[in-house]
Design a protein around this ligand. Structure first.
Ligand code: NIG
Ligand code: FE
Length: 411
């Protein structure tokens, strides 16, 4: 099956097939003006200038005329919690009235509230509500997503979440990665010590045996899991081949960055309270620091200093954190706008953070994150736009006219 997209005003591509972009490299987007894009069997085959296109190139099964729109790689959302039940707008109002995220959690709200709601749903009900969100993010241009468990907080409900993620993976053209986040909060009825034992001795082996998760995550933060508990949980996960991706430095400098580096994590996420010493440690590591600007926006709290991290030479990513408590949105275009406005990233830096570097934060940048020969053909075609910078600038204007995943139209 050969598909060609013609009359592309600007194609955002990567001729070099790079797997991540560090520091200064993030400032550049590779582009071709007046371009075509050829896809064969769901894989990017070639691209170039329209006037280089010969008769042979045009012998395809499908021709899509972009009519002067741009073509960009689909967003990669490397941090979400989109499998959840119900909603938490009550806490949203409590926060406006002055309660903090940590105070709500201490009163037994927050993550535990979502766990209670999730407990009441069957696996198939949970699948149905979660699929609505999956379709919502695909329509907004996401082509690769990581989904975490973490609203079960007991063995049966954590497995229920992970089986729902597996079913999503089997039924959508998006790439889906599964992360076990049993260590999101201490489940009801357990002490911290009992719960960490349960994670290590029961949950992780069950998840490992069923091969339900590629990655393991821990909420390593003040009032949640300590660096020592985090290390113990990550080691148990590593024994089943689960690579760490961890939550750290959201509520306080938690020591999570150091644990992440020591355990060869793919990414360390949040980082709103990261210290200069931790930035220095990240600069010389392969761990992808990931900012979640939607969370800072919604919780009205400081933004992670991604500008400083890029200037220090790090390969940073941004992701949505789509979840019912701190970020009820998976709109990656808005995430990119926030990264520009609030974190002072240039549009090219923010787009690279939300595509190639986010794919790297999921260990998927060989196949996803850019339009590059040999990679999966995940891209969207825009309406005619004045420039690439218009995308984050017009922060609520929809720009997508068509979206393709593995070369098939999904929007
Ligand atoms: O990434 N910080 C921890 N976990 C989520 C929020 C979960 C919730 O409030 O339901 C986050 O922001
Ligand atoms: Fe999160």
């Amino acid at each position: 099956m050969r598909l060609i997209v013609t009359n592309i005003s600007t194609l955002v591509c990567d001729r070099h097939g790079r797997e991540r972009l560090c520091g200064e490299e993030m400032k550049r987007l590779d582009t071709i003006g007046n371009a075509y894009l050829l896809v064969e069997d769901g894989i990017v085959s070639s691209f170039g200038k329209m006037d280089e296109l010969s008769g042979e190139g045009l012998r395809t099964d499908e021709v899509v005329d972009a009519h002067g729109g741009m073509v960009l790689p689909s967003w990669c959302d490397s941090h979400t919690h989109i499998v959840y039940a119900g909603s938490r707008e009550g806490e949203f109002v409590d926060k406006i009235r002055g309660l903090s995220y940590a105070e709500i959690a201490r009163r037994g709200g927050g993550i535990l509230n979502s766990a209670d709601l999730l407990h009441k749903l069957s696996e198939s009900e949970l699948y149905d509500v979660s699929m609505q969100r999956v379709h919502e993010i695909m329509a907004k241009g996401t082509g690769c997503v990581e989904i975490k468990s973490g609203y079960g907080l007991n063995t049966a409900d954590e497995l229920k979440m992970l089986r729902v993620i597996r079913r999503i993976k089997e039924n959508v053209p998006m790439h889906v990665s599964a992360t076990f986040l049993g260590a999101h909060a201490v489940g009801r009825g357990y002490s911290m010590e009992q719960y960490v034992d349960l994670l290590v001795n029961e949950m992780i082996p069950e998840v490992g045996r069923e091969r339900l998760a590629e990655f393991i995550d821990v909420f390593c933060d003040e009032g949640f899991f300590s660096p020592d508990d985090t290390a113990r949980i990550l080691e148990a996960g590593a024994a089943w081949g689960m690579r760490p991706k961890i939550h750290a430095d959201e509520l306080a400098a938690s020591g999570g960055v150091e644990v992440a580096i020591r355990h060869d994590a793919l990414s360390v996420d949040h980082l709103e309270r990261i210290t200069d010493a931790e930035i220095e440690m990240l600069r010389t590591s392969n761990v992808v620091p990931t900012g979640l600007p939607g969370t800072s926006f919604f919780l009205n709290m400081p933004y992670a200093p991604l500008r400083k991290m890029i200037d220090a030479g790090c390969a940073v990513a941004v992701a949505s954190d789509y979840n019912p408590g701190s970020t009820p949105s998976g709109d990656m275009k808005f995430v990119v706008s926030l990264a520009c406005v609030k974190m002072r990233l240039l549009p090219a830096e923010a787009i690279n953070a939300a595509t190639i570097n986010a794919a790297c934060a999921m260990g998927q940048s060989r196949d996803f994150g850019s339009i590059s020969p040999g990679k999966c053909a995940n891209f969207y075609v825009t309406k005619p736009l004045p420039s690439i910078d218009f995308i984050p600038y017009a922060y609520t204007t929809p720009v997508i006219s068509r979206a393709y995943l593995a070369g098939r139209r999904v929007v």
